[in-house]
Design a protein around this ligand. Structure first.
Ligand code: TRP
Length: 335
């Protein structure tokens, strides 16, 4: 079936279940864009930096990610669920494109730099695959000739690199790739439950989309709030307070949030009430997601079918692109 909508490619690395930070920062936007764009949603297993350390986790996470995405409403009739390594053309394109990115350029990439520090702390030596992952991300985006890439702000350096590579390639070898643009949503990056700048599985400070209502309640209760406030009657800080950041991101009842903030600033409400209302808002949001999740969880074959069909389609698209790339690079030695 011909689909003449402009294309989006975006994705995630399968390193664990998706959490509400993914939902606020990315998934909501992907859902909103799925009607206007033909979407490729990529599960980037080639790019898990400790792939070799924990293949079981990657395997489980590929499936869990698909469940989470189906549960939030990424519609497989609107877009394609793609497992990266089932489209091995990604690996080939990564090699060709790696000639278009300088090592210095890569080392200055601020996102890579930050992640590098984590990897160095965790592993004896940094795998070469870690350096090639941003190049592979460039290949992911250029492979279906995506026009747009909806991502969190931290991914923008990679999109900038993608634009440079596309331009360079086109200049030297003829117009093959559109120069894609990044689309960043208006929800700022969500802090962790502990107030850390990043919500991440490795820091153990997430609320996962698959968490049940009880777990959400317990996690919210454990949340970091205003450390300067000792009693409910002390005036508190709303700015920079994770509990209020979450209220802003997830509680649709603006009047309730305003009221809580006012009382908090005056010292007229306890953390318990603020947290209870947050947990309620989160559970209201997550309930229908949990319901769809359990539907699919009971039907693993349906999930596999979605992944198979999406990956197969992406592979067809990839083979067409690689045909053009090989022609542009004059790889027809034996003709
Ligand atoms: N690197 C991205 C992340 O860590 C995941 C990803 C892989 C991606 N390939 C992509 C995102 C292509 C956008 C486009 O979140």
């Amino acid at each position: 079936m011909a689909d003449d909508r402009p294309r989006i490619l975006t994705g995630t690395r399968p390193t664990g279940p998706q959490h509400i930070g993914h939902f606020a920062g990315a998934l909501q936007q992907w859902i909103a864009l799925q009607h206007e764009f033909e979407s490729f949603w990529l599960i980037a297993d080639y790019q898990v930096s400790d792939f070799a350390e924990d293949i079981d986790l990657v395997r489980e996470s590929v499936f869990e990610t698909a469940l989470d995405w189906l549960a939030v409403g990424l519609d497989p009739d609107q877009g394609h669920y793609v497992i990266e390594s089932l489209v091995p053309e990604h690996a080939e394109l990564t090699i060709w494109l790696s000639w278009f990115i300088g090592l210095g350029r890569l080392q200055r990439n601020p996102t890579l730099k930050a992640e590098m520090a984590d990897v160095e702390a965790k592993m004896e030596s940094v795998p070469v695959a870690f350096f090639t992952y941003p190049v592979m991300q460039v290949a992911n985006i250029l492979m279906p000739k995506a026009h747009a890439v909806p991502v969190g702000e931290d991914q923008l350096p990679h999109i900038e690199m993608t634009r440079e590579v596309a331009r360079r390639f086109n200049r030297k070898f003829g117009e093959v790739f559109p120069v894609p643009k990044g689309i960043v949503g208006d929800v700022p990056r969500l802090v962790g439950l502990d107030g850390d700048a990043k919500m991440s599985k490795s820091l153990g400070n997430t609320i996962d989309l698959r968490d049940d209502a009880e777990t959400v309640m317990l996690k919210v209760r454990s949340m970091f709030t205003d450390p300067t406030r000792l009693r409910a009657t002390d005036p508190g800080h709303v700015e920079g307070n994770p509990v209020f950041m979450y209220h802003d991101a997830f509680n649709p009842d603006e009047a309730e949030v305003e009221d809580l903030k006012e009382r908090y600033l005056k010292g007229a409400v306890g953390d318990v009430e603020v947290k209870e209302k947050l947990a309620r808002a989160l559970n209201t949001l997550l309930d229908p997601i949990r319901e769809r999740r359990s539907y699919y969880q009971a039907r693993p074959d349906e999930v596999k079918q979605v992944l198979a069909a999406g990956s197969e389609h992406a592979r067809m698209v990839a083979q067409a692109t690689m045909g053009e790339v090989r022609e542009a690079l004059q790889l027809d030695y034996l003709k």
